[in-house]
Design a protein around this ligand. Structure first.
Ligand code: UT7
Length: 351
């Protein structure tokens, strides 16, 4: 049976740096509030008209592909995790395929919608395909263009200050080397919290989930009304979050799902060489670190520079950790994520 190993890794963040002071010019917030509550100092915003979710994904992918020592034409499957796709449909996976110049139509391109846990879900999917021998070189991408869809008025400040743009990519390859690569992955979800961190409208819910006030009957003369006046007036066309509830659940579920992966493989928290958590909020990472009794040098954080980049945050952090020499051959690396859905998950990797 094959194992999957990480053959190459890359990340891309846009050039434009947006500081907390920049945001404070548009909404009632401050550098002090943002740093105290989230640890974030700045984030990157992509350039509209020149960049997109899939173009950022392609930039990260090119680096990962080169580091894997293969050509784009060797990729036999694409998995694209994002909550901010270029188009409502088709998915960003096919756009990435085109952007990378992959003309081989034998490959598949899968988009996944698991928000902050998207990358861990994608890793788990890729791992299963490689283990069964179906694919040999899978390109897994997490990318987000959040800045296109945030509410920059004071109404949206609890969300807008957190998110940033960027992309990360891995090439997962088949290996027969026992005990190396992806050791285990664990995925969870609880749909009862679906609306607690969500971007609900526009959408095809038709007012079904108890949100009738957002719905107006599609106008046959002018076309279906995905976006209604009520939605615009009430700011429903932006993401919404019950921050405290998300925080409380995150600090419980992160340690739980990390322990689940350790138990499955017979390891202890002390065996972890580096924990790379989804960069949700520096305070969440610090909480998890304390609960897991890990020293600071064993938990990697870069949210201070990039904000929360959702599906891109784990591969960006993992790549930056690797580039700075914090991930070495033979290390036990733990990935963990929690977010909208709610969904949460973990992975253990022997590098
Ligand atoms: O990627 C995974 C999903 N997301 C997360 O993991 C996020 C989890 N949650 C959080 O990180 C935190 O809940 C936040 C950082 C979003 C908010 O921090 P908080 O300490 O939970 O603040 P809060 O929502 O309880 O709000 C406290 C106060 C409120 O004012 P009042 O009602 O006390 O007067 C807010 O209106 O802070 C206010 N506030 C702000 N003030 C300045 C909310 N956002 C801001 C802001 N600047 N950006």
């Amino acid at each position: 049976m094959f194992q999957s190993r990480i053959g190459g890794i890359g990340f891309y963040v846009p050039e434009r740096v947006v500081t907390n002071e920049d945001l404070a010019r548009h909404m009632d917030t401050s550098d002090q509030w943002i740093q105290e509550r989230t640890g974030i100092k700045e984030r990157r915003y992509a350039e509209g008209g020149k960049e997109s979710t899939s173009s950022m994904g392609a930039n990260a992918s090119k680096i990962a592909i080169e580091r894997a020592g293969i050509e784009a034409s060797d990729i036999d499957f694409i998995i694209f995790a994002t909550l901010s796709p270029d188009y409502y449909f088709p998915g960003s996976g096919v756009l990435l395929q085109r952007e990378l110049g992959i003309t081989n139509t034998e490959i598949g391109a899968l988009d996944i919608r698991n928000q902050c846990t998207g990358f861990v879900y994608g890793l788990s999917i890729a791992d299963q395909y490689i283990k069964t021998g179906m694919y040999k070189n899978i390109l897994l991408v997490g990318a987000e263009f959040h800045s296109m869809g945030l509410d920059y008025s004071t109404r949206g400040r609890n969300i807008s200050v957190i998110f940033g743009d960027g992309a990360g990519a891995l090439v997962l390859q088949a290996t027969e080397e026992e005990g190396s690569g992806i050791l285990t992955t664990h995925l969870h979800s609880n749909g009862n919290f679906a609306e607690e961190l969500a971007f609900i409208s526009p959408g095809a819910h038709g007012g079904y989930h108890g949100n009738e006030e957002m719905y107006e009957f599609p106008d046959v003369e002018f076309g279906g009304m995905f976006i209604t006046e009520t939605m615009l007036k009430e700011g429903l066309t932006f993401p919404n979050m019950n921050g405290q509830l998300v925080f409380k659940n995150a600090v419980r579920k992160f340690p739980e799902v990390i322990m689940e992966a350790l138990k499955k493989t017979g390891y202890d928290p002390t065996d972890i060489d580096l924990l790379v958590p989804h960069q949700a909020n520096l305070r969440i990472s610090e909480f998890v670190q304390r609960i897991m009794k890990l020293p600071s040098e064993k938990v990697f954080n870069n949210i201070q520079k990039y904000g929360n980049t959702t599906a891109a945050s784990i591969p960006i952090a993992l790549c930056e950790a690797w580039e700075s020499g914090l991930v070495k051959k033979g290390d036990l690396i733990c990935l963990a994520a929690f977010g909208s859905g709610f969904t949460w998950g973990s992975a253990l990797i022997r590098w």
